[in-house]
Ligand binder design. Structure first.
Ligand SMILES: NC(=O)C1=CN([C@@H]2O[C@H](COP(=O)(O)OP(=O)(O)OC[C@H]3O[C@@H](n4cnc5c(N)ncnc54)[C@H](OP(=O)(O)O)[C@@H]3O)[C@@H](O)[C@H]2O)[C@@H](O)CC1
Ligand SMILES: Nc1ncnc2c1ncn2[C@@H]1O[C@H](COP(=O)(O)OP(=O)(O)O)[C@@H](O)[C@H]1O
Ligand SMILES: [K+]
Length: 494
């Protein structure tokens, strides 16, 4: 598990380290400059001539430290200060004075074609508004640069909280960020502007209790070790899933969800679907079936299913008709086990939010942003302006674990910990990917994880499977079904 912070949170952590722990700001800055110096050398960029662009704040001061270190190491380095002298922080003034003592080269103008690397130390987490005027022109000019661009902490122009472009932004090949990844480096479009992100330890410290809320975290491959199989387990120990999925002409969604559940370790699966999907049996004999005909009332059979199952899933491919509504109502009124609601079933939740809140066990909702927007009347644009806060608020209002699926999926149970997912790629933006995710989350729930854990691990595994499938098949050619085998391999590896 790794922590991610917003720029505001980072500023509080800097302040705490300086004021409460007593580490001088200049010491942190020296480590910041040194970590960029090391990262640039490690990357193997051609370092014939380097230009460092600095703002007036402490991001600029990091840039001047870097210039001194490069100069001392014998690299031909120019510094151009773009910020106004009257705005210099005391650290920036100090670094300029030190830099002059060391004889580093300060230039007033430059031609980008003379340089092989340009370092962006104009704005860091202190960027507070849109970039305009002359600075904007300079940043847009950098888009034509043929060499490599390195951003200090965050590319200038990217909002460190939302990843939005404020006026214009530097497009970096490498971003060296300090202490923790910033949300703006991972949310789009910021993620695209950041290039490769390296996180450098510079000695920031904060007691857990002073960490500003909400705390944001992400998983990496090692976290999947939590999905352990018991050596002495039997099919009962790995959980029983009742999956209500598919409808008259839709068979694939039930198949993909069910297969994903079984192939990520669930013990038993019963699929409740329309009779016409019986063909499912022939290619998926491991699943049990509970079939209904047009307009048939299967409340009694479903109730028995609820007793039998450890977890319930509803939604993939069930359609939006009367029969689907009746299935959802039965689940909400009679189900008692942990529940995953996806796809079409989310569309039918509008007007049923009271039932949802009264459900006697954990509920996980997995909307993509279109479904989220239709359910909440919050536009996708608005969500993207504050994904962390909005996901947390809606999860709290609905009393659910909310999985807002996007290129960067955000998960919250309304509490202070928010999950931001960093695995996955655009090859997953193809039909059926969401169905596969539902199956994986159900499987982890069935294996005993709580709702938040099952959702976060499921989303991470799903994305990691997408990354492996992309390597094997290519992002354009991979299919949702490819995620299932890839996930199995990843689980086996960890
Ligand atoms: N704290 C520490 O000791 C450490 C900090 N560290 C480093 O410092 C960075 C944070 O430094 P910071 O807080 O000084 O802010 P920074 O990003 O340099 O920008 C502020 C300046 O930009 C200006 N400005 C803002 N928006 C603008 C706009 N659109 N257009 C024009 N101007 C604009 C703003 O002006 P103002 O808003 O006051 O008018 C102010 O002058 C952090 O990312 C990390 O790199 C590390 O070394 C570790 C130790
Ligand atoms: N560009 C992307 N990068 C990473 N993950 C993505 C991207 N696009 C889509 N995904 C993931 O793929 C899944 C798509 O789900 P969904 O839209 O419900 O698909 P479907 O309804 O076709 O099954 C989500 O888990 C989403 O996070
Ligand atoms: K920067």
């Amino acid at each position: 598990m790794e922590r991610i912070v917003t720029g505001d949170q980072m500023q509080l952590l800097d302040k705490y380290t300086i004021e409460e722990m007593g580490v001088p700001s200049l010491v942190l800055m020296e480590r910041a400059g040194l970590s960029v110096f090391e990262a640039i050398k490690k990357e193997g960029f051609s370092l014939n001539k380097i230009l460092i662009l600095c703002g007036s704040g402490n991001n600029g001061a990091d840039g001047v430290v870097l210039a001194r270190l490069l100069h001392l190491a014998g690299y031909c380095t120019d510094v151009c200060i773009l910020g106004k002298p009257e705005k210099f922080t005391k650290e920036m003034q100090k670094q300029i004075d030190i830099g002059k003592n060391y004889g580093i080269s300060f230039v007033k103008s430059f031609h980008i074609s003379e340089y092989t690397v340009i370092v962006d130390a104009v704005f860091g987490v202190g960027l507070s508004r849109e970039i305009t005027g002359n600075l904007k022109e300079i940043i847009l000019e950098l888009h034509k640069f043929q060499g490599k661009i390195v951003a200090v902490d965050i590319p200038s122009g990217i909002c460190s909280r939302t990843g939005k472009i404020l006026g214009c932004a530097v497009k970096a090949d490498l971003t060296v960020t300090f202490a923790y990844g910033k949300t703006g480096l991972f949310l789009y479009p910021g993620a695209e502007y950041a290039g490769k992100v390296v996180i450098a330890d510079i000695g920031i410290y904060a007691k857990p209790e002073i960490l500003p809320k909400p705390e944001i975290f992400t998983y990496t491959k090692g976290d999947l070790k939590e999905i352990r199989r018991k050596r002495d387990g039997n099919k009962g120990s790995f959980g029983k899933i009742l999956l209500i999925a598919g409808s008259k002409d839709i068979f694939g969604a039930a198949y993909l969800s069910g297969m994903a559940a079984m192939k990520t370790g669930a013990g038993m699966l019963k699929i409740c679907t329309h009779k016409e999907n019986k063909v499912l049996f022939s290619c998926f004999p491991e699943a049990m079936l509970l079939c209904y005909e047009d307009d048939e009332n299967i409340t009694k059979e479903l109730s028995e299913g609820f007793q039998w199952a450890d977890v319930i899933g509803i939604g993939p491919g069930i359609g939006l008709g009367k029969q689907a509504e009746s299935l959802l109502d039965t689940v909400l009124s009679q189900g008692t086990k942990p529940l995953v609601i996806d796809a079409d079933a989310i569309g039918m939740l509008k007007g049923r939010t009271e039932q949802l809140k009264n459900y006697p066990n954990e509920v996980i909702l997995t909307p993509h942003l279109g479904e989220f927007s239709r359910l909440t009347d919050i536009s996708i644009k608005k969500w993207k302006e504050n994904p962390i806060k909005i996901t947390q608020e809606i999860a709290k209002t609905l009393s659910v674990v909310l999985v807002c699926k996007d290129a960067r999926t955000v998960i919250s149970n309304g509490d202070k910990n928010i999950y931001l997912n960093l695995s996955g790629n655009d090859g997953m933006a193809s039909a059926g990917s969401g169905d596969v995710l539902t199956g994986m989350i159900l499987s982890l729930l069935a294996q005993g994880k709580d709702g938040l854990k099952a959702a976060c691990l499921g989303v991470y595994l799903h994305g990691a499977a997408g990354d492996l499938a992309a390597k094997r098949k290519g992002r354009a050619a991979m299919l949702a079904g490819d995620l299932i085998d890839a996930a199995g391999q990843i689980l086996d590896e960890v």
